[in-house]
Design a binder for this molecule. Structure first.
Ligand SMILES: NC(=O)c1ccc[n+]([C@@H]2O[C@H](COP(=O)([O-])OP(=O)(O)OC[C@H]3O[C@@H](n4cnc5c(N)ncnc54)[C@H](O)[C@@H]3O)[C@@H](O)[C@H]2O)c1
Length: 414
C-alpha cells in the first residue's frame, strides 16, 4: 500500500472491544491509528499498548479527535447508548465510521444514525464481523445455490456458562471518579452517583445496553440476514425467558428465546447464560440442512427422491397394498445406479486456525474508505439487525408480541 493511500483513523471507546479492534487493525494493510479516546484513563494506556505505540495521542474528549484534519475515519466502540451522538458528530465532521454492533440503543437512534450517514455521504460499517467471515460467505454460496431447497425454518443459539459470559467483569482497582469521566459516560441516561458496576457491567442495565439481544442476538440476526439476503426487519417477534441465575441486580434476563416472523421463514433464537452451548445457526430446507457450529459449517442433503408410501398403506388390505406398490413401481422406473446415491454430496468447511473475521471486517471497511465502494454491513443493514434486538426486548418486557410498523418506524404491541 503506498503511503499516500494510508487511511488514518482514531478510535473512540478503547475498552475490551475497542482494544480488540485496535489489535486487529495491525493486520490490515495501509491503515494507521493516529489517536485514541476513552473516558477511563487506564484505557488510554491499554489502547496505546494495543497498537504498540505508546506515543499515539490519547484524550477523553472525542470532539477533539473529530476536529483533527488528519483523521479520515473513526472506530466507535463505546457502550451502546453512546453510539448515536458520537456517530452523528463523526458523520457531520466528515469522518467515515466503523461503529460497533448493535448499531442503536433505541429504534429512534437507529433511524437518526441512518439519516446522519446519508446526509454527510459517509462510508459506514457496523461491527457484526460474521458477515465478513469466509465461513459465512461459503454458507451464503450454498444458500444461494438452491441446494437447501425452500428454507422455512432457521434456528440459532449462543449459549455461555461463566461469570465472564454473563458480563460479571472484575472492577479494575484504579476505577474511581478521578480516573473515569462518569457524567460523560451517563450522557443522556438518568443521572446517578458514581457506580463502577454500572460502568464496567453496563450490558446488564437498560439505560446503556440491550442485554443478550443487543450483545448476541444481533450477531445471529446479522448472520441470518447476510446468508439469506434479507435486508428488512422481522414483521413480528414473541419472546420468553427469565432471570434464573445471575440475580445480581441486573435488569435483563439470563435466558431469552425469541421467535421472529419473516415473510418466507420463521427464525427462532436463544441465548442462555446458564449452559455452555457455543454458537450455532441452522437453516432447515426442503432439500437439505446447513449448520454452522462455532467455526465449522456442514451441509447435509436430504433424500427427497420419490419413494413409494411405506407407512399408511399398512392400514390397507393386502390386495390393495400390493396393487398400489406394483403401480408405483411401474410409474417410477428408477435407474439402479441412483438407487443408493443422493444427487448432492454433503460438505464440511472450517475456518483455518487463527482466522479472524474481525480482521476481514475491518479490512472491508478500510478498503471501502479508500475506494468509496459499498461495505458488507452498512447503516441500513445494521439498523435492521438492531431493530431485531429491540423487537426481542420489547416482546420480553411487555409480555406481548412485538409488531414492526414500517410506516411509523415503530414497534407496537401485537
Ligand atoms: N463485534 C463484537 O464481537 C463485539 C464484542 C464486544 C463488544 N462489542 C461492542 O463494542 C462496544 C463496546 O463494548 P466493550 O465490551 O468494549 O465495552 P467496554 O465497557 O469495555 O468499553 C467501552 C468504552 O467506551 C468508553 N466510552 C463511553 N462513552 C464514551 C465517550 N463519550 N467518549 C469516549 N469514550 C467513551 C468507555 O470509557 C469504555 O471504556 C459495544 O457496543 C459492544 O456491543 C462488539
Amino acid at each position: 500500500m503506498p503511503p499516500s493511500d494510508t487511511v488514518r483513523f482514531a478510535s473512540i471507546g478503547t475498552g475490551v472491544r475497542g482494544c480488540e479492534l485496535l489489535k486487529a487493525t495491525l493486520q490490515v494493510p495501509g491503515v494507521q491509528c493516529v489517536g485514541v479516546c476513552d473516558l477511563y484513563d487506564s484505557r488510554h494506556i491499554a489502547a496505546q499498548e494495543a497498537v504498540d505505540n505508546p506515543s499515539v495521542p490519547a484524550t477523553r474528549d472525542y470532539r477533539s479527535i473529530l476536529d483533527r484534519k488528519d483523521v479520515d475515519a473513526v472506530i466507535i466502540a463505546t457502550m451502546d447508548h453512546q453510539h448515536r451522538h458520537i456517530f452523528e458528530d463523526a458523520c457531520a465532521a466528515g469522518k467515515d465510521v466503523y461503529c460497533e454492533k448493535p448499531m442503536s440503543h433505541t429504534v429512534d437512534d437507529g433511524f437518526a444514525m441512518v439519516e446522519a450517514a446519508h446526509k454527510a455521504n459517509r462510508v459506514v460499517q457496523i461491527g457484526s464481523q460474521r458477515v465478513s467471515s469466509i465461513l459465512y460467505a461459503k454458507a451464503k454460496g450454498i444458500y444461494d445455490s438452491g441446494k437447501l431447497g425452500e428454507v422455512t425454518s432457521i434456528n440459532a443459539y449462543w449459549d455461555r456458562n461463566s461469570p465472564s459470559g454473563a458480563w460479571v467483569y472484575p472492577i479494575p482497582p484504579d476505577a474511581s471518579e478521578k480516573t473515569i469521566d462518569w457524567n460523560t459516560f451517563l450522557g443522556n441516561a438518568p443521572k446517578r452517583a458514581f457506580d463502577p458496576v454500572r460502568f464496567f457491567r453496563w450490558r446488564c442495565y437498560t439505560d446503556y445496553g440491550e442485554g443478550l439481544a443487543g450483545d448476541l442476538f444481533v450477531h445471529l440476526i446479522s448472520g441470518i440476514h447476510f446468508i439469506t439476503g434479507t435486508n428488512t426487519v422481522a414483521q413480528r417477534a414473541q419472546s420468553s425467558g427469565g432471570l434464573f441465575h445471575f440475580k445480581d441486580g441486573r435488569e435483563f434476563p439470563d435466558l431469552i428465546e425469541t421467535v421472529y416472523d419473516y415473510p418466507n421463514f420463521r427464525v427462532s433464537l436463544r441465548c442462555n447464560l446458564n449452559n455452555e452451548g457455543g454458537e450455532f445457526i441452522a437453516f432447515y430446507g426442503t432439500k437439505g440442512t446447513l449448520l454452522i457450529k462455532d467455526s465449522t459449517l456442514t451441509f447435509t442433503p436430504q433424500d427427497t427422491r420419490p419413494s413409494a408410501e411405506g407407512y399408511s398403506i399398512f392400514g390397507w388390505p393386502k390386495e390393495l397394498r400390493e396393487q398400489y406398490l406394483k403401480q408405483w413401481k411401474e410409474e417410477h422406473p428408477k435407474p439402479a445406479a441412483l438407487a443408493s446415491q443422493l444427487d448432492e454430496e454433503g460438505e464440511t468447511y472450517a475456518n483455518p486456525p487463527g482466522y479472524s473475521d474481525t480482521v476481514d471486517h475491518q479490512a472491508n471497511f478500510f478498503s471501502a474508505v479508500r475506494s468509496r465502494k459499498p461495505v458488507t454491513e452498512n447503516e441500513i443493514f445494521g439498523n435492521h439487525a438492531a431493530i431485531g434486538c429491540h423487537l426481542s426486548n420489547f416482546a420480553y418486557f411487555n409480555k406481548s408480541a412485538a409488531v414492526w410498523d414500517p410506516a411509523a418506524k415503530k414497534i407496537v404491541k401485537g
